[in-house]
Ligand binder design. Structure first.
Ligand code: PGA
Length: 250
């Protein structure tokens, strides 16, 4: 299984900034090890320009940071899977904690998006994670179980394992500089793997579980080396080609 090293650019970068960063990244990653894949999750406004420039780059795949679960229609401000695929995207990120907490996305809404994305040709990275309060009150397992089982309930069990990845991102570690301890990451990724085995007994072992939350060039290697860590989702440290390429190659 290749590790999926992914960048989440959130609400950063104009089109030129995005294209320049992607080109610099491609140069830095010209010789990518066989066991790595690179995905850039970029703002919608940059995706068309990134798609146009993709031919001049190597080893980069594109993704959108969100989508709406309908083919088309009167959904002002929303974007469909076909529009995302039209921008040469393979991936879509679903259920990021900022969408859950800032934009009010519910488990029910996320549960519609995951199967819809898969059925409409996008590979999904589903984000799950607990708040500090949930972890400290002993509810880690309950929260992850709820997020996973609801989001995956309507996913067809024939889905290819490599088309559906989970990003475990403890909310308290996102953008805070506080990375979860290696022991916590190891234990939680095993927990997530075991939950996936209950849902997809045949293919859970081949699904990728990424870690996200303050991944930086100096901690990436130790995190990526852990059992059941099949890649990373990086916010702040992915904005500069120099630091993100160090993480990809860690
Ligand atoms: P961070 O963000 O690396 O800045 O903590 C990760 C994410 O939100 O995906």
């Amino acid at each position: 299984m290749k590790k999926l090293m992914s960048a989440n650019w959130k609400m950063y970068k104009t089109r030129d900034e995005a294209v320049n960063t992607m080109k610099a990244l491609s140069e830095a990653l010209a010789t990518l090890p066989d066991d790595r894949e690179v995905a850039l999750f970029a703002p919608y406004t940059a995706l068309g320009s990134l798609a146009d420039a993709l031919g001049q780059t190597k080893n980069i795949q594109l993704g959108a940071e969100n989508m709406y679960p309908a083919k088309e229609g009167a959904f002002t401000g929303e974007i469909s899977p076909a529009m995302i695929r039209d921008c040469a995207c393979r991936f879509v990120l679903i259920g990021h904690s900022e969408r859950r907490s800032v934009l009010g996305e519910t488990d029910e809404f996320i549960a519609k998006k995951v199967p819809f994305a898969l059925e409409n040709g996008l590979d999904v990275v589903l984000c799950i994670g607990e708040t500090l309060e949930e972890r400290e009150s002993g509810r880690l397992e309950e929260v992850l179980e709820r997020q996973l089982s609801s989001a995956l309930a309507a996913v067809d069990s024939s889905v290819e394992a490599e088309r559906l990845s989970i990003a475990y991102e403890p909310v308290w570690a996102i953008g805070t500089g506080k990375v979860a301890g290696l022991e916590d990451i190891l234990a939680t990724h095993l927990l997530v793997r075991n939950m996936l085995k209950k849902i997809f007994p045949e293919k859970a072992d081949k699904m990728r579980i990424l870690y996200g939350g303050s991944v930086k060039p100096d901690n990436a290697q130790a995190i990526v080396a852990l059992d059941n860590v099949d890649g990373v989702l990086v916010g702040g440290a992915s904005l500069e080609a120099g630091s993100f390429s160090k993480i990809v190659l860690a």
